[in-house]
Write a protein that binds this ligand. Sequence first.
Ligand code: AMP
Ligand code: ZN
Length: 304
Amino acid sequence: MSNAQAEFLKLLLEHGILIDMGVDGLYGRSGVFEDVVERFSILVAAFGKEDKAEVVRFPPGMSRSQFESSGYMKSFPQLAGTIHSFSGNDREHAALLAKMEAKEDWTEDQKATDVVLTPAACYPLYPAIAKRGALPEQGGLFDLYSYCFRHEPAIDPARMQMFRMREYVRIGTQEQVVSFRQTWLERGEALMKSLGVQVALDVANDPFFGRAGKLLSNNQRDQKLKFELLIPITSEENPTACLSFNYHQDHFGTKWGLCTCDNAVAHTACVGFGMERVALALFKHHGMDVRSWPRAVRKVLWGE
Ligand code: AMP
Ligand code: ZN
């Protein structure tokens, strides 16, 4: 934790932009914050409009069995959030209440439900699209938007446990997918520059778990499978990843049986926008009062 992170969080809470909920990384949002998020979402849609993506919305929970098949627990067990619930009888209920009363651990009797919290907006999409059968010749392009959960409690307001991710996901041939990612690398940079923030594009890797994960991280970096658009929020030296551009090669295609029109394994890529991070970057760069943000930025977001 850096001082700058704690100070920025304090400022956001003092201005009522974020609302303390008693857990690090879990915040309420003010109307002003939500308005910025909404306007940014509209701006993203404007940049992507010509591609005519299919809009699909999933709730912030996904099927546990699909989550198990996705391999997420192999790569990021430390981040996953599963939903557990009480399923006992009257006697067990009384025992649970007694444990709560005695401030003992009452959660150990909770049973896993069929739902887990969505870790990234695109996770529920692949099995849903695989069920449709082979893709049409032009492949698929999807517009997603979901709250996501990652168990990474932090003081840094830009590292939340529950946050929104807007994504475009491309499924198709290698050429279609690589060209999609290239287009969005350029668009993403132009989009963020239009908002008057300082941006830098860099090769990145996901936080794969453990010693085996180190190899996956190195491979991801070496092959330039992940890029991030970084914007300073609480540090100039360590700017925050606000947009991600991921090329999964045929990883999800093979996992879910996604096929192109000529029955080859489909490739996939996604561009993810961290909605809270972008909003926080804007508050950091332009100040706590949106009415005094630069005119050019207000014009891009609110058209005034
Ligand atoms: P990733 O799947 O890790 O590339 O995440 C996609 C985007 O979600 C990132 O570029 C971030 O902008 C955003 N994001 C990831 N983790 C968090 C978090 N803990 N809090 C807020 N935003 C996040
Ligand atoms: Zn994704």
